[in-house]
Design a protein around this ligand. Structure first.
Ligand code: ADP
Ligand code: MG
Length: 330
């Protein structure tokens, strides 16, 4: 219980991008094939995500923003797996704690869509009936409205928007069968759409659209696994003809975007042997590990992750990339 209290809303959601990451994961978990995102002032004023996933049943709206209510329990074998994947019924509770949340949703079985508003964990009645297509739209407004010091710490929405752009780009590469759009509204009626990827756009085309053709042109695909350490890894990595001033690592562990300074360091060292001095790689790396092997005692934001046999797994991945790199060179 102590751990639960420790992971307070303010620690999970420190910036709009943290809220958006949770919302994207929910939309992906709901089986969506299209995810449309809109922001105002970098998500501080408004953040909206519309998906075409399974929707939320009318009967589930009452407790939607109550901590530790998750519909994902039955899908997983035990609580440990749930925690490891971040399915703890924490995200919407945390977001509604510090922002105004509005949910419009329709399941395939339901004849109508329903719209519900929340204040903290509480649904503010009435739930309104709407027309609409299957899926869920979640609108988050006035983030940190009740934490004015936190709100004031954000100087402009631009930095926050850039973090959002980066996060959406990462998920758009990892979830390459899901269409994504990201629209930036200025509040005066005009908008820009920095990301617009249809559902059927392949991963290399996506990387090209998001990170430039020069990047996607120099990538090779890799894949490795080892039963001893119970992991699989795959991804795309830049070859020796390509280098960046700063490493760009899109890292996913068990389908969640995370950070790992250990992995980052090891990959950078692997590339140091191939790239000119001061050059760094572009890498998209997805690792699947048995949830039992992931250390759940991680930082509350769930970004920096540790896992069992980390050194061995990292070595396998670096070895795989090194062997492919040689092939490119010769
Ligand atoms: P968790 O994802 O850990 O279950 P959340 O607070 O993120 O907890 O979400 C709570 C519940 O709300 C989910 O378990 C799911 O049933 C439902 N939900 C949230 N977002 C969506 C969505 N976009 N589509 C369908 N169901 C959703
Ligand atoms: Mg969630």
């Amino acid at each position: 219980q102590a751990v639960v209290n420790l992971i307070a809303a303010g620690e999970i959601i420190v910036a709009p991008v943290n809220a958006l990451k949770e919302l994207i994961e929910n939309s992906v978990d709901a089986g969506s094939t299209m995810i449309d995102i809109q922001t105002m002032e970098g998500g501080l004023k408004m953040l909206q995500i519309q998906d075409n996933g399974c929707g939320i049943g009318e009967e589930d709206l009452e407790l939607l923003c109550v901590r530790h209510t998750t519909s994902k329990l039955q899908v997983f074998e035990d609580l440990r797996e749930i925690e490891t994947y971040g399915f703890r019924g924490e995200a919407l509770a945390s977001i509604s704690h510090i922002a105004h949340v509005k949910v419009t949703t329709k399941t395939r079985e339901s004849a109508r869509a329903f719209m519900a508003k929340y204040e903290g964990p509480k649904l503010i009645p009435p739930v309104e009936k709407r027309a609409g297509n299957p899926g869920t739209r979640i609108t988050v407004e006035d983030l940190f409205y009740n934490v004015p010091n936190r709100r004031r710490a954000f100087r402009s929405g631009n930095d926050e928007f850039n973090k959002i752009l980066e996060m959406v780009s990462r998920y758009a590469v990892h979830c390459s069968r899901v269409g994504f759009t990201l629209k930036k509204l200025d509040g005066k009626g005009s908008s820009k759409m920095p990301i617009s990827l249809p559902t059927d756009m392949g991963i290399l085309q996506r990387i090209s659209a998001l990170f430039g053709a020069a990047t996607s042109k120099e990538l090779f695909e890799f894949q490795t696994a080892d039963k001893r350490y119970d992991f699989k890894a795959s991804g795309w990595s830049s070859n020796a003809n390509f280098s960046l001033k700063k490493m760009n690592l899109l890292l996913f562990i068990n389908n969640r975007s995370v950070e790992s300074s250990n992995i980052k360091k090891a990959l950078d060292q692997t590339y140091a042997a191939f790239l000119p001095k001061g050059g760094h790689p572009w890498i998209y790396l997805s690792i699947l590990i048995s949830p039992r092997n992931v250390d759940v005692n991680v930082h509350p934001t769930k970004r920096e992750v540790n896992f069992i046999a980390e050194d061995e797994i990292i070595q396998c991945i670096c070895e795989e990339i090194r062997s492919k790199m040689t092939a490119v060179d010769s």
